[in-house]
Design a protein around this ligand. Structure first.
Ligand SMILES: [Zn+2]
Length: 212
């Protein structure tokens, strides 16, 4: 599981057999194991207006907690193929995990990289997200196929561009916080637009205030 958001882990009980190993970061394991009702409720609330039927299904989805924790990095041998599971640091959440398959030059990035829309900042750490992407970029080559959490596969150049935008936004948040600017003013300059920018600014301010 790349993290604990419903659209990335609510299939566990369907896709995994009773003996299937499921890997996740400890924070994602804890969320699925200790707070399934909270996850179901959050999923329901998120989809209620957009798709009421789906929201109902999410509210009664059987969840299965991961069986193995990846604190920083775990290397698996999958039929002779090396597969690296890595937590590159706080970013989209505090529990992001990526899957790197070196011999195929493929990197599954979860929601640390999004192609079909702006990054989602609701549970994010916008000041640390750039470092997480820098960590991922060290794994890539010019030919790496990066599978984002949403949208079409991209290349390392796309990740580099998103890293630059996140770094710019982090700088804006720090400068705004230092100057006591309202988060709305920071959001107005966000490379991702005012709405995502406002969520990011509020999260960044909370980080700087020690309340995130
Ligand atoms: Zn997510």
């Amino acid at each position: 599981n790349t993290h604990h958001h419903f659209d990335h882990c609510f299939g566990n009980a369907t896709l995994a057999g009773p003996d299937t190993a499921i890997y996740a970061h400890p924070q994602a394991v804890a969320a699925l194991r200790d707070r399934p009702d909270a996850l179901r409720r959050a999923a329901y609330e998120e989809m209620r207006a957009e798709d009421p039927a789906l929201a109902q299904e999410l509210a009664r989805t059987e969840l299965r907690a991961p069986t193995h924790e990846v604190v920083e990095e775990t290397v698996l041998d999958v039929g002779g193929r090396r597969v690296v599971l890595r937590h590159p640091g706080h970013g989209h959440t505090d529990a992001d995990l990526v899957v790197h398959v070196p011999d195929a030059d493929v990197l599954v990035a979860g929601d640390l990289v999004e192609q079909s829309g702006p990054p989602a900042f609701e549970e994010s750490y916008p000041l640390r997200w750039p470092d997480a992407l820098a960590d991922l970029l060290r794994l890539t080559t010019p030919a790496t196929v990066v599978v984002p959490g949403h949208g079409e596969p991209v290349g390392a150049d796309f990740v580099r561009e998103q890293h630059a935008q996140l770094a710019r936004q982090a700088w804006l948040i720090r400068a705004g916080h230092t100057g006591s600017a309202p988060p709305e003013r920071v959001a107005a300059e966000s490379p991702f637009g005012a709405r995502p920018g406002l969520i990011a600014a509020r999260r960044g301010y909370a980080e700087l205030d020690g309340t995130a």
